[in-house]
Every structure is written in C-alpha cells, then in structure tokens.
Design a protein around this ligand. Structure first.
Ligand SMILES: *Cc1c(COP(=O)(O)O)cnc(C)c1O
Length: 373
C-alpha cells in the first residue's frame, strides 16, 4: 500500500490554514479599526466596496449585513413586494427563497438541470406569469448558472435577473465575473464562503448606480441623508471590522481560488468510480469550487465509508426549500420537483479548500476510487 493510503483525518473545512498565513495582517486590521474608533460606515467599508467592485469589474458595491439581506435589499430596491412572483431554483440554500418571502412576494420554484445542478433555463418560461418580476439565478457550488439563456428569457418578458453569488466570489462566465452577470448580485461573506469575514457580512454588486444608491439607503433605515428617511428601510450594514478583515482577505482570493481549481482538476481527472458522478463544468465557465459536489445513489453509504476513512463530508442540501416545514404554506409535496429531490438524496460534498495538501488530495482520491458501494 502506498504511503498516501495511511489513514488520515481530513476535516470538511479548516479555516486555520488560511488564517495562519495572514494572521499578522488581520491583527493589524483590527488595530487600525480600534485606533480609529469608527465602527460603522467609515473608511474601511468605503474602501472595501471600491476594491470589491473593482475585483468584480462592476461600477458599484454596497456592503450589507449578510448574504440573505443582500438579496432582500436588491428585491426591495427593484420595487418587488406583495402580489409579485420571483422565480428561484428548486435546488438551492433556503436563503434564496426566504429573501423573496421577506418582501411579501412569492417564490416560484423551477427545477434544476440534473447535470449542472443549477436552474434549468428551458423550464423558466413556463413558470412566468403576469406577476413575475424577477429571476434569481444561483451560482450553486461556485458554478455559474446559464446566464445567457436566463437573460434571453428575462429580457423577452421585461423582468430582472438577480444573481445569488453567495458561493461564487471570482467565478467567471464567458470572461465576466459573478457580480456583473445580471442586474444586481448578492454576495455573502459568511466565514466558510470563498471570501469570508470573521463573522457575518454581505454585499450587493451592480453596474446600476441608481440601484446601488437605493440599496444603500434601504440598508441604512431608508435614509439618504442623516435623519431623512425616504423608505421604510432596514438596518443591514457591513461593519468596519469585518470590512477591514475582508480587505486583507480579498488580496488572497485569487490565490485561494487557484488552489481550489487545481484540487478540483485533480478530483475531476483522477476520481474514477462508476458509482460516483462528478460535477459538470459547463462550457464558458470558470467555477470557483465553493463546494465539490459528487452524486451517488448510495450516498449515505459513501458518507459512512468516507467517515471510516477519516474523511469528513457534508450534504448541500439534504432537504430542498419546497419540502421544508418553513414552506408548508406553499402546499408543495414530495414529487413536485423530482429532479431537485433526487439531487438532495444523492449529493455528497467532499473536502476541497485552500489548505488541502497534495497528500491529502491523493488520499481522498484513493479512498473514493476504492469505494465499492
Ligand atoms: C450562504 C448563502 C446565502 C446566505 O448568505 P448569509 O450570509 O448566510 O446570509 C444565500 N444563498 C446561498 C446560495 C448561500 O450559499
């Protein structure tokens, strides 16, 4: 047996490995904010917004409280509310649908393509009604959705395209980055995301300056000028400390994503097991591999086997939003979105992050290749 087959312990995610490298810079960022004693809407947030907009190739970025609120604020800024419908993928994290529900509009689920796991653009049109105001395209797992076809349909009906880019910092579609592929994009900086804060954070990225200013006001009590309130806004702001940490981390994002791509390339070319279906890389896309999702009919057995090998896994996501108790009011049931339901039963996420060593990748690949189901 090769040395690489000695049993290892590999956690699903290990942030210590990225934080160790930049610890001194993070400490300096903290000290900078503490010395300045300005904690909300100051220099750090303003500069992070400029830097992240430039990174995405966009005209504007507005720092907000988290990824869910980034989506909610975009929808509100687009004037979406009670009586409206918004199309969302049936295969996504519940936040995509919740953002719609919080505006008072109704989420309308559309099946994914079973190979890409992203929304199937061919099925969108038949879900459009006179109430449809927008489509939220999720770049699930860091794989860009089929934006050209989504935009074609949206433009024909005059509805907005909003990106849920919470898993897609730096992902590219036909040479353009997530953030400029629709009318506006919501990002999350939850610690485990490709670009993560040391707490919650989020951003709205857009080329539409008027929309950005409306989001900025909505996120700050609906105020465009101190103590003047033009909307019934929220309080959802990116604080100075998180912005300062994110500025440090943004400098390494491309390097961290490059390592994820190298690891993904190895998994895609070296995992060879007919029981395990590997992710598809759609033409014209450069994914950032937030999650490396494999599919296996014997998913639970595969997870147990990998656990015995010392490899921690995860599932994104075991229950689709339409079957969650929170959405019982929609009266949807098992069988309504069979492709999304099938993906939920077969998906397994295997460790892929900056910090996985070549030896650990050897071991993960070897263990997956030995799985007999
Ligand atoms: C993480 C995530 C969100 C929500 O982001 P938060 O910062 O946790 O609010 C939304 N959509 C998707 C697809 C996500 O992965």
């Amino acid at each position: 047996m090769r040395e690489s087959m000695e049993k290892k312990k590999i956690t699903y995610l290990n942030l210590a490995r990225i934080h160790d490298e930049i610890r001194a810079e993070l400490d300096a960022a903290y000290a900078r904010v503490m010395d300045r004693e300005w904690f909300i809407q100051g220099e750090e947030c303003r500069r992070f917004e400029e830097e992240f907009a430039a990174y995405c190739g966009a005209n504007a970025c507005v720092g907000v409280g988290n990824g869910l609120e980034a989506l909610l604020l975009i929808l509100k800024a687009c004037g979406i509310g009670a009586g409206d419908e918004v199309i969302v993928p049936a295969n996504t994290f519940i936040a995509t649908a919740l953002a719609v529900s919080y505006t008072g509009a109704a989420p309308v689920f559309v099946e994914p393509d079973h190979r890409s796991c992203n929304i199937n653009p061919e099925l969108i049109e038949k879900s459009i009604t006179s109430k449809t105001k927008a489509i939220i395209a999720v770049h699930l797992y860091g794989q860009p959705a089929d934006m050209r076809r989504i935009a074609e349909t949206a433009h024909r009906y005059g509805i907005k395209v909003i990106e849920d880019a919470a898993q897609a910092h730096g992902a590219e579609y036909c040479g353009a980055k997530a953030g400029v592929l629709g009318d506006a994009a919501g990002f999350s900086f939850y610690p485990g995301k490709n670009l993560g804060a040391l707490g919650d954070g989020g951003a709205v990225v857009t080329n539409d300056l008027a929309l950005a200013e409306k989001v900025r006001a909505l996120a700050n009590y609906g105020s465009d000028y101190k103590y003047h309130h033009i909307y019934k806004g929220n309080n959802s702001r990116l604080d100075e400390l998180q912005a300062a940490f994110l500025r440090v981390k943004l400098k390494s994002l491309d390097r961290w994503n490059a390592r994820r791509r190298t690891l993904a390339h190895r998994y895609l070319t070296e995992i060879m097991n007919e029981k395990i279906r590997l992710p598809l890389v759609a033409a014209g896309t450069e994914p950032v591999w937030h999650i490396f999702a494999v599919h296996c009919e014997a998913r639970d057995e595969l997870a147990r086997y990998l656990k015995e090998c010392g490899i921690e896994t995860n599932c994104h996501y075991p229950i689709p939003p339409h079957l969650q108790a929170a959405y019982a009011d929609l009266n949807l049931s098992e069988g309504d979105f069979p492709i999304a339901e099938r993906l939920a039963k077969t998906e397994l996420s295997i460790p892929l992050y900056y910090g996985i060593t070549d030896e650990e990748a050897d071991y993960i690949i070897a263990c997956l290749n030995r799985f007999e189901g």
